[in-house]
Design a protein around this ligand. Structure first.
Ligand code: NAD
Length: 545
């Protein structure tokens, strides 16, 4: 019973800690990192509130040191997928019936735990398991996830409060039902916060979920499971399985109660998921919701009126932070010819100061790329570029996997605006630059718009307002997140809702009410208070002669 109308507290974005030398947080994270490194963490699956172990054990090694065993996870099979589905369906009724304010308090508690006792646990696990430096871990695993939790609860309240008009004698209501069935969350390796949010967002709206994380993010998944246990999430609301993706999807996409998929990952995989769902469309009780945020080929355009230092800082942060493994990472830049010498000089000088190595050494800006497959693709790309006369590597270009999967931050200068590294998502620390003629600015805008299949993020640098206005218009559909005089990465929940269209996804804007709307199926309820006791309308009355 809820004899009150509580108000969700007004959220504020979590403050990013600095981790300066001498700070308390620096001491704390160093201790937690060391503690984790010194043990081998066992990670069972999590179904119906139970830890599920199997005989199929997979070892986990950090990307920056492939000889150091840090964890072991229990891999599941078909039976575990089916058990997870049954668990989600069993938990559904109680969960969707639970008062929204009670559901909310579970997630608000999770946010509070992350801000306090879980902060360094999730940061350290993300640093080790996904090779992020402390700053990248802090803005992702701690801050963004805290923001997702706090803001989504507030957005959900706002959605529920949105009600239709009523007239005299009639009360109209909108009930924001959960979807009928279960939701499947498939998550990428590169953001701990996105991984957690893809299952938390549908769950907040009353859905029960099966979550299959990326194999390369299972180490920090363990902390999220611990968080679910600690914040009091009821059994079966979110079920976590470590299973083969194709097999898992086959079982789930053939189930009549499959109600929606919340995906983030590559465009290729998302397209195969959509196709798979389409092929099974006659099997479902409802039309499933398909939400996917996918790849990017994100650009920086620097006009001759731009400030050189700002452009260089944006290129370095935008292209190389987290080794370029952000969907929003700048991977193609268009620089005005007349400014190139100045920009090149500064860019190379700055890149020379960057250190690469493991995240335990806080002087390293760059760490390792996620795994061997990614390393191999990037190494091959560099070899291909070296032998192509249409491009030249002007910085970096080396790869070394003797200790970890290290790819040196690399800058390519190309003569071809549609060179393959200007078009294809590489997902590594590689930035390709094309110089354009200042007299032909309209042409470069067309090239930016047409070169790749993606439309996720993009940034323009200019002081000239007419140029900024022109870019806003001409590049309207080239990016779902558009930046003016800022790098194209680092979207903050509630401030820059995130997502792109074209090949980059369904643009349902994670971290906004728009995403939450995909996880509800509204029921309109009209209640009549008047007595209408015969069918005759006044127009039927006899006319008087
Ligand atoms: P990925 O596509 O390789 O894997 C993503 C998830 O899909 C993983 O859990 C994986 O196991 C699963 N998967 C793989 N094959 C599958 C199949 N056939 N059926 C069902 N699931 C399957 O991506 P990744 O390497 O983990 O992440 C990098 C990609 O994610 C990049 O393309 C990046 O741009 C994208 N990304 C996009 C956003 C965004 O918001 N647009 C955010 C983060 C990452």
């Amino acid at each position: 019973m809820n004899n009150s109308a509580p108000i969700i507290p007004i959220p504020k974005c979590e403050k990013v800690k600095s981790y300066r030398p001498g700070s308390k947080e620096r001491e704390e994270i160093k201790n937690e990192y060391k503690k984790l490194l010194n043990k081998t963490t066992t990670i069972p699956m999590f179904i119906d509130g139970q830890n599920i172990t199997t005989n199929n054990i997979v070892e986990i090694y950090p990307p920056h040191n492939h000889k150091k065993l840090v964890g072991k996870y229990h891999k599941g099979n078909e039976l575990h997928v089916k058990n997870a589905i049954n668990s989600a369906l069993k938990a559904k009724r109680n969960w969707e019936n639970m008062d929204f304010y009670e559901r909310s308090s579970i997630f608000l508690k999770a946010a509070e735990l992350l801000s306090g006792p879980f902060r360094q646990k999730i940061n350290a696990a993300t640093m080790i398991g996904q090779s992020k430096n402390i700053y990248q871990a802090e803005i992702d695993a701690a801050c963004e996830l805290i923001d997702f939790l706090n803001f989504n609860v507030k957005f959900a309240e706002e959605i529920y409060q949105k009600q239709p008009e009523s007239t005299k004698g009639v009360w109209n209501r909108m009930e924001y039902r959960a979807l009928e069935g279960f939701v499947y969350a498939i998550t990428p390796f590169n953001f701990t916060s996105i991984a957690a949010n893809l299952c938390i967002a549908p769950a907040l709206m009353g859905n029960t979920v099966i979550w299959k994380p990326s194999d390369s993010q299972i180490y920090s998944t363990k902390v999220i499971i611990d968080l679910f246990k600690e914040c009091g999430l009821p059994d079966g609301v979110i079920n976590v399985i470590f299973t083969e993706p194709e097999m898992t999807s086959k079982i789930i996409f053939e189930h009549e109660d499959f109600a929606g998929v919340h995906f983030t990952g590559s465009t290729k995989v998302f397209r195969s998921i959509w196709e798979n769902i389409g092929n099974n469309i006659n099997k479902y009780k409802s039309y499933p919701r398909i939400v996917g945020e996918t790849g990017g080929k994100d650009f920086i355009l620097s006009h001759k009126s731009a400030n050189t230092d700002e452009v260089v800082a944006a290129m370095i942060r935008g292209a190389f932070e987290y080794q370029g493994q952000k969907c929003s990472a700048a991977s193609r830049a268009y620089i005005s010819k007349c400014k190139w010498k100045e920009i090149e000089e500064k860019l190379i000088a700055e890149l020379k100061t960057i250190k690469m190595g493991h995240p335990g050494d806080f002087s390293n800006f760059i760490n390792a790329v996620i795994h061997k497959q990614s390393f191999n693709i990037l190494e091959k790309t560099l070899e291909k570029v070296k032998s192509d006369s249409n491009a030249k590597i002007i910085f970096g270009g080396n790869a070394d996997k003797s200790v970890g999967y290290y790819i040196q931050p690399t800058v390519i200068l190309t003569k071809k605006h549609d060179f393959f590294t200007m078009k294809n998502e590489l997902f590594g620390p590689i930035l390709t630059i094309y110089l354009y003629d200042d007299n032909n600015f309209d042409d470069i805008l067309k090239k930016i718009d047409n070169t790749s299949e993606y439309a996720l993020t993009g940034a323009i640098f200019a002081k000239n307002r007419d140029i900024i206005i022109k870019c806003l218009e001409e590049l309207r559909n080239s990016a779902g997140n558009f930046y003016i005089n800022d790098k194209p990465t680092g979207a903050v929940v509630s401030q820059q809702p995130f997502g792109g269209s074209r090949g980059s996804g369904t643009n349902d804007k994670a971290g906004s009410y728009l995403n939450l709307l995909r996880w509800v199926s509204p029921r309109t309820i009209k209640e009549n208070f008047q007595n209408i006791n015969n069918y005759r309308y006044p127009f039927l009355e006899n006319e008087k002669n």
